[in-house]
Design a protein around this ligand. Structure first.
Ligand SMILES: Cc1cc2nc3c(=O)[nH]c(=O)nc-3n(C[C@H](O)[C@H](O)[C@H](O)COP(=O)(O)OP(=O)(O)OC[C@H]3O[C@@H](n4cnc5c(N)ncnc54)[C@H](O)[C@@H]3O)c2cc1C
Length: 404
């Protein structure tokens, strides 16, 4: 199988002179966006919408199963148990998704309640509830009995904590990626790029061309640590198994009867899933981190053993959705380490300028970045356009001692 990215290792050299032959003209642009998964594509879209002379580079496109953005769907949540700071980002992203829907005439978000449940005292449920209450939202707490009544595929234990938040949606990730990539159209080079940092910009090299960019955004997903070894200790790439389960009671898992769900059975035991909106079964997966892998280690299929925890969770808690595995996938999480210099609540994303360079870096994954893509794209574009703009402190590199 062809692996264009593996062969295209980044080289980050800081040199002082662009060496060109006399009279040789080099193509230039204001901003090069390298890596066009959901984040780079959103950044390129925001830059082009702002009239910036921007170009994008990525050897793979929608439908390819490498990296982190592939597959039909992601969970969109308004209130995020990871950190209540994310609510504003969800709201900004929602506006962005709506704009994209209205521009393209396509559906990107399918509204769906989000049920989050866990054992008594579940930190996840408590944090999600607190995030809703922090915004003055009505209390989303439900009893387990009420949840089982409303969503008959579920059999949650009576003493479990439950919240059901509105404002959630099934995010059609592949549709979103296809739309943003096609909007950039001829501004995209379907090639892997290497970079050389220069004092006044970044030399972007592909197999077929050299382009001088005044700035470059690196949105390389699991490949970012390779491009910038200094950031590698803050990033952990993990292999995440995903399965589709043929529901025992198909009528109970259709989108009108069945919510998006996240279940916390215990520490390091979180399972999430989707209604069967594509007649493919219930997509469900573990949210706890799988084994650490290399960014190019993606093509071994998910095993029964990797999906056993999910199958058990469905059998125990969502019997209407339990059944044989009918399809499977592998996707990579890039998890950011908790800050060691300035406290943050968890594994917040990295979105910032790279010190002493014309580079901007983005690592917004930790298994929950997709929903924010339009808002993160705007932030990346603003970092490139407005020299006075700073992202929120909890996204900055300086929260790590290596960058403080
Ligand atoms: C199983 C799974 C489930 C998830 N579920 C959710 C969810 O429910 N909700 C949610 O909000 N988020 C979810 N996420 C997280 C979300 O999908 C990620 O945050 C998001 O996809 C990250 O996108 P990215 O653009 O940063 O990375 P990627 O999609 O990995 O993009 C990086 C790109 O860089 C390109 N690249 C690499 N090297 C080069 C090079 N040399 N030159 C040019 N291009 C290069 C690659 O080809 C790739 O396209 C999930 C992730 C996974 C894996």
């Amino acid at each position: 199988m062809e692996r264009p990215i593996d062969g295209a290792r980044y080289i980050l050299h800081c040199v002082s002179v662009v060496r060109r032959g006399e009279g040789e003209a080099m193509q230039t642009c204001d901003v090069a966006v390298i890596g066009l998964g959901l984040m780079g594509s959103a950044a390129l879209d925001a830059l082009l919408s702002a009239g910036v002379d921007a170009l994008g580079f990525d050897p793979i496109g929608p439908g390819d199963n490498r990296g982190s953005s592939h597959g039909s769907c992601r969970v969109f949540r308004r209130f995020n148990f990871e950190n209540d700071n994310y609510t504003d980002l969800s709201d900004a992203a929602l506006a962005g998704w709506k704009r994209l829907e209205s521009d393209s005439g396509e559906t990107i978000l399918i509204p769906s309640p989000v049920l989050e449940a866990g054992r008594p005292g579940s930190p996840m449920v408590a944090a999600s509830r607190a995030a809703a209450l922090a915004k003055g939202h009505a209390d989303p707490a439900w009893s387990a009995a009420a949840a089982n009544r409303e969503f008959p595929a579920f059999a949650l234990p009576a003493d479990w904590d439950v919240v059901v938040q509105d404002g959630g949606a099934i995010l059609k990730a592949e549709v979103a990626l296809r739309i943003t990539r096609s909007r950039a159209n001829e501004r995209v080079f379907p090639e892997a790029a290497q970079i050389d940092c220069r004092p006044d910009g970044v030399l972007v090299r592909t197999k077929t061309r050299d382009i001088f960019a005044r700035q470059a955004i690196l949105a390389l997903g699991p490949w970012l640590g390779r491009a910038l070894p200094k950031i590698a200790p803050m990033l952990e790439v993990t292999r995440q198994a995903v399965g589709w389960f043929s529901a025992a009671r198909p009528e109970s898992v259709s989108p009108d009867r069945f919510p998006l769900f996240i279940l916390e059975r215990g520490p390091n035991d979180i399972v999430y899933g989707f209604p069967d909106f594509e007649q493919r079964g219930v997509k469900a997966a573990p949210h706890n981190h799988g084994p650490k892998v290399d960014a190019d280690d993606w093509d071994r299929p998910a095993t029964d053993a990797e999906l056993m925890q999910v199958g058990n969770a469905l059998a125990q808690l969502v019997p209407g959705a339990a059944g044989p595995i009918v399809d499977r996938d592998i996707c990579l999480y890039t998890n950011t380490a908790p800050a060691d210099h300035r406290p943050d609540k968890g594994q917040e994303f990295i979105i910032d300028r790279w010190p002493n360079s014309r580079l901007i870096v983005a690592s917004p994954c930790s298994g929950h970045g997709a929903k924010f893509a339009p808002a993160i794209g705007e932030k990346l574009a603003r970092l490139a356009i407005d020299p006075t703009y700073q992202v929120e402190p909890f996204f900055q590199l300086s929260r790590y001692s290596a960058f403080a």
